[in-house]
Design a protein around this ligand. Structure first.
Ligand code: 5AD
Ligand code: SF4
Ligand code: FES
Length: 315
């Protein structure tokens, strides 16, 4: 199915983790507001732009600008940054900065942002509420719908093996993604993070996550599905196994190396000592080792392309 629908190409996204400040308190995440053990950093706007330009130099067609929910980056400031990157490169820009207002999402879209990643995390509304203080699943799904209506290529996803999650929850995760008709889906095993309330819980199963990647490819054959960093963290060749199960995207890190160890969502995260050029070469070697090819261009999803073609928006 993967070969028939999206072929052998693996699309690369240069990932810039530009701030680990976060106003949220998600129980599972090492960057949660109440985790005082984290030293916080943010790239200044000039450094963020420079890093994105470097991603273009390394040959990436897309950058993912990801951060905690950091309001230092106002709607206007991020819009300026998007415009500057768009003016200087051919990069597709994917944002992953959490829940913001419809006005901000619209401003960023006008500024040139192409895509947005915001995982629904879990389809069980009660579990969602338990894991996300002061947040609701309704708001999260609302964000996904707003982004979609604004013309973004939209990505969601969930964690596998969250405490309190059952097989039924995972089935609901899959049907929610089908309902939302997302263009991109990122999933990964839950990995317990120290200094969080879930530190002593057990983590998600690698094999189960691989099976879910395969199910996602069957259910959403035209979607872009990354082999996520969390998969690579649980097994040295975890990402290659995900690619063999149906994934077609990888997200090598381009964050300046000195900040990488500070973006510790969970422990043992790969690529925290490497430089951007090393990850570039490493990824290419991994892709070639399994007989696949590096995707060219911006690598938008087939799903998104067809949707816009149907709406007459795409040549
Ligand atoms: N283990 C695995 N994934 C996690 N995320 C956050 N904390 C963890 C953890 N402890 C995931 C969430 C979030 C993404 C950026 O990282 O799904 O959306
Ligand atoms: Fe913040 Fe994202 Fe971590 Fe939640 S998962 S605490 S929103 S960085
Ligand atoms: Fe970063 Fe392999 S992808 S070192």
């Amino acid at each position: 199915m993967r070969a028939d629908y999206v072929g052998e190409a693996i699309h690369l996204r240069g990932l810039v983790e530009f701030s680990n400040y976060c106003r949220c308190n998600c129980l599972y995440c090492g960057l949660r507001r109440e985790n005082k053990a984290v030293s916080r950093y943010r790239l200044q706007p000039e450094e963020l732009v420079r890093t994105a330009l470097f991603a273009a130099e390394l040959g990436y067609g897309t950058v993912v600008l990801q951060s905690g929910e950091d309001l230092f980056y106002t709607g206007e400031l991020l819009a300026q940054i998007i415009k500057e990157i768009k003016a200087k490169t051919n990069l597709a820009i994917t944002l992953s900065v959490g829940e913001r207002t419809e006005e901000e999402y619209a401003l960023w879209r006008q500024a040139g942002a192409d895509r947005y990643l915001i995982r629904h995390e879990t389809a069980d509304p009660a579990l969602y509420a338990a894991l996300h203080p002061q947040r609701t699943q309704r708001e999260r799904v609302g964000c996904l719908q707003t982004l979609r209506a604004l013309g973004y290529e939209v990505g969601s996803g969930f964690m596998v093996g969250l405490p309190g999650q059952s097989a039924e929850t995972l089935a609901s995760d899959l049907s929610l993604l089908r309902e939302l008709d997302v263009d991109m889906v990122g999933i990964g095993p839950f990995i317990p993070s120290p200094s969080t309330p879930l530190a002593e819980e057990s983590g998600g199963s690698f094999e189960r996550t691989v099976n879910l990647v395969a199910l996602l490819r069957l259910m959403l054959p035209e979607a872009n599905i990354p082999a996520t960093t969390a998969m690579g963290t649980l097994r040295p060749n975890g990402r290659e196994i995900a690619l063999a199960a149906g994934a077609n995207v990888m997200m090598p890190n381009v964050t300046p190396t000195r900040y990488r160890p500070l973006y510790e969502i969970y422990p043992g995260k790969i690529c925290t000592g490497e430089e951007a050029g090393e990850c570039r070469l490493c990824i290419e070697g991994r892709i070639k080792s399994i007989g696949r090819t590096v995707g060219q261009g911006q690598g938008e999803s087939l799903k998104y392309r067809k949707r816009n073609a149907a709406a007459g928006k795409y040549a």
